[in-house]
Design a protein around this ligand. Structure first.
Ligand code: ZN
Length: 115
């Protein structure tokens, strides 16, 4: 089978799926569950202008697939620490007085509300 033909068909199909004609606007927070890369547009819109944007988006994509995020469970470790740098939330760039507050900001962007 001609792989390039198959590949171009797949690309065309995924373009249709990802960009339906009346797609709702990108949400300001991710949608649960993150099935079929439903949050791709949202992820792509994050960390714009950050030198480390691609790395951060990769990390973000992996978090959206984690069960603890999906179920709003208590944080298992320091998975979200990368999104705070020098008391600054990397989602919105706002600097907070305390790193803890910057982390709370990160939680809001992720619609993550652990007990
Ligand atoms: Zn923020």
């Amino acid at each position: 089978m001609d792989n390039s033909y198959y590949s171009s068909q797949t690309t065309a199909l995924s373009a249709i799926i990802r960009n339906p004609p009346h797609a709702p606007q990108t949400l300001t927070y991710p949608q649960r569950p993150n099935v079929g890369n439903v949050n791709d547009n949202w992820v792509f819109a994050q960390f714009e202008g950050n030198d480390d944007a691609e790395h951060l988006r990769t990390k973000l994509r992996s978090i959206l697939d984690q069960q603890w995020w999906l179920l709003n469970l208590a944080p298992p470790g320091n998975d979200l620490d990368e999104f705070v740098r020098r008391k600054r939330c990397l989602f919105c760039g706002k600097r907070r007085l305390l790193a803890k507050r910057a982390m709370r900001c990160v939680h809001r962007h992720l619609d993550y509300h652990p007990p």
